[in-house]
Design a protein around this ligand. Structure first.
Ligand code: ADP
Ligand code: MG
Length: 275
């Protein structure tokens, strides 16, 4: 496909929602693949000990593999942990291994415990890789791993499932974002909201979509991700839906979402240039 505009500066997004099963990981890997397929270089940082993003990206994540765990501990550099996708080298992953499960507790007693991922990603060796987007996949909690992600990023991307109680817990997420913004990272803001698992046959899905748009306004992407069995099957083959079934509605919707995000970056860059 055609190449998307490169952002003027590397954009770092945290994909957060402490509710499990809303599509955080699915969005992280498929959006990353969509951006990479359209010419951008993208790094996914897997911060969930379950390692589902690593699996979907075909990254090795057996215990002991250089991963986000050693990175947070400061034992390795980011470039040492990066694995490139076998099909698209522009798509990169820092995997999560089960070792990360202990990190939430181990981090508590460490110095600068909230800023360890930010420090690791500030490594100048990363600049040489020309990374345009970093997408950080968070675990379903608001603990220290998610706080590290929010300190390392300037943007938050919130996936919201088009289901009952879609906005449940979002208030708490927003308060946490405000706390991080006030005390640790003034640049942090919710830049993007993406509606996932949309079922156009139900009235409920439209009601949820309207409610979310009322709440978040223009932060909500116009592209909506449909509920699709292809999307849920792909990780079982160690693939994103863009590899598994490139012509599927799920793949198309993530390509659209990626285009929309990249276009916004270009627009923002332009405004900054005028100022
Ligand atoms: P989270 O990371 O927020 O816990 P996941 O991305 O793992 O959520 O998604 C939860 C489950 O829903 C997974 O089994 C995933 O395959 C499935 N899923 C996610 N998005 C879709 C979709 N658009 N259509 C169908 N199933 C989906
Ligand atoms: Mg997940």
């Amino acid at each position: 496909g055609a190449s998307l505009p490169k952002p003027a500066r590397r954009r770092v997004l945290t994909i957060a929602n402490q509710k499990g099963g809303v599509g955080k990981t699915t969005t992280a890997v498929n959006l990353a693949a969509a951006l990479a397929l359209q010419g951008l270089s993208v790094l996914v940082v897997d911060l969930d000990p379950q390692g589902n993003a690593s699996t979907a990206l075909g990254a090795d994540h057996t215990s002991g593999t250089p991963s986000s765990y050693e990175l947070l501990l400061g034992e390795i550099t980011a470039t040492e942990a990066i694995q490139r996708n076998p099909k698209n080298p522009r798509l990169m992953c820092i995997p999560a291994t089960i070792d990360l499960a202990g990190a939430e507790i181990e981090l508590v007693s460490m110095v600068a415990r909230e800023g360890r991922l930010k420090t690791a990603l500030a490594d100048s060796a990363l600049d040489g890789l020309g990374i345009d987007f970093v997408l950080i996949d968070c675990p379903p909690s608001l603990g220290l791993l998610t706080v590290n992600a929010m300190v390392a990023a300037s943007e938050v991307l919130i996936p919201i499932q088009c289901e009952y109680y879609a906005l449940e817990g979002v208030g708490q997420l927003l308060r946490n974002i405000e706390l991080v913004q006030a005390h640790l990272n003034p640049a942090l803001h919710v830049s993007t909201v993406i509606l996932t698992m949309y079922d156009g046959r139900t009235k409920l899905a439209d009601q949820v979509a309207d409610e979310v748009r009322g709440h978040f306004g223009s932060a909500v992407l116009k592209s909506v991700i449909p509920r699709s069995v292809k999307v849920s099957e792909a990780p079982g083959y160690g693939m994103t839906v863009l590899d598994y079934d490139p012509g599927s509605r799920g793949a198309m919707s993530y390509l659209d979402a990626g285009r929309e995000m990249a276009a916004r970056a270009a627009a923002n860059d332009g405004r900054k240039g005028e100022a």
